[in-house]
Design a protein around this ligand. Structure first.
Ligand code: SF4
Length: 241
C-alpha cells in the first residue's frame, strides 16, 4: 500500500462550516442592533446599504467568542464558586427612540451577583492579553449602553485569552455622559443612512479603532471612496467617540 494516499471519509472542516453557515438577512434602516454601537460607523453604514456575506473565517472567530462566553457563564454557575451567582446570560434588548429602534439579543453579556452586589460582565475573547492595559473604547461604549438600558450601574469588561483562558478584567462604573454619546452614535448612523451620505472612515482616523479595518469586508470600497491622501493624520478626532 506504500505511497497510496489515505482517503479521509469525513471532512470535519466542511462539517463545521455547514453547521455555522447562515444567510445574511438584509438589514432595515431605522432598526439597529446594540452590538453595532462600538463599530466603525462607515462599516455599519456599508452593512445596511451594500450588504456582503460575512466570510466563513470571521464567522468561526465569532463562534469562538460565543464558546468562551458560554464557558465563562458555566464558571459563574459552577457550584465550586458558591459566592458567585449567575443571574442571566441571555438578554433581549429593546430601546425605542423617536425615529428608530435599537433591538436584538445581546450575546456577550452576563448578569452576576456577588454578596449583595449585582453587576454586568461583558465577555470579550482576545488572541493575546499582552497589550490589554485598559478596555477598548468600543467595548466600554457597548457596556455603558447596556448599563443605561438594563439599569445596572456596575460592570466589568472581561478579556479572555483564547489559547490560555487567562483573564483580565476592568471595572467600569456607569457614566451617563458615555451612555448618551453611545445613543448619539445611533442618531448619527440613522441620519447618515437616511440621507445616503457615507460617514467618514472612522477606524482609519483613530488609532484606537484601526484594528477594525483588518477584517472589514468593505476595505477595498472604503479605500476607493476615500484614498489615504484625502484623510487628515491618524488620531485626529472627527466624530467624538
Ligand atoms: S476599512 Fe476601516 S474605516 Fe473603512 S469601513 Fe472598514 S472598518 Fe471602517
Amino acid at each position: 500500500m506504500g505511497g497510496e494516499e489515505k482517503h479521509i471519509a469525513v471532512d470535519f472542516n466542511r462539517l463545521i462550516e455547514n453547521h455555522l453557515f447562515r444567510e445574511n438577512r438584509p438589514k432595515t434602516i431605522g432598526r439597529y442592533y446594540p452590538s453595532e454601537i462600538g463599530s466603525c460607523l462607515r462599516k455599519v453604514w456599508y452593512s445596511y446599504l451594500q450588504p456582503r456575506p460575512t466570510e466563513m473565517d470571521l464567522i468561526k472567530v465569532f463562534e469562538v467568542g460565543n464558546i468562551l462566553h458560554d464557558f465563562i457563564a458555566e464558571v459563574m454557575r459552577s457550584e465550586k464558586n458558591p459566592h458567585i451567582q449567575l443571574i442571566s446570560s441571555e438578554y433581549p434588548f429593546k430601546l425605542e427612540l423617536q425615529d428608530f429602534i435599537i433591538s436584538g439579543r445581546i450575546d456577550d453579556l452576563l448578569l452576576v451577583k456577588e454578596s449583595n452586589k449585582t453587576f454586568l460582565v461583558e465577555v470579550k475573547s482576545t488572541a493575546s492579553l499582552a497589550y490589554t492595559d485598559s478596555p477598548k473604547m468600543s467595548h466600554m461604549m457597548q457596556l455603558q449602553l447596556y448599563m443605561h438600558v438594563l439599569k445596572y450601574h456596575d460592570g466589568f469588561v472581561l478579556y479572555v485569552e483564547k489559547n490560555t483562558l487567562k483573564c483580565k478584567a476592568f471595572e467600569v462604573a456607569y457614566d451617563e455622559r458615555i451612555a448618551a454619546e453611545a445613543l448619539n452614535r445611533f442618531t448619527k448612523l440613522n441620519r447618515f443612512l437616511k440621507d445616503k451620505v457615507m460617514p467618514p472612515p472612522e477606524s482609519r482616523l483613530k488609532t484606537e479603532m484601526s484594528w477594525m479595518c483588518r477584517n472589514c469586508e468593505w476595505r477595498a470600497d472604503c479605500w476607493a471612496a476615500t484614498p489615504d491622501s484625502a484623510l487628515p493624520p491618524l488620531k485626529e478626532k472627527i466624530n467624538g467617540f
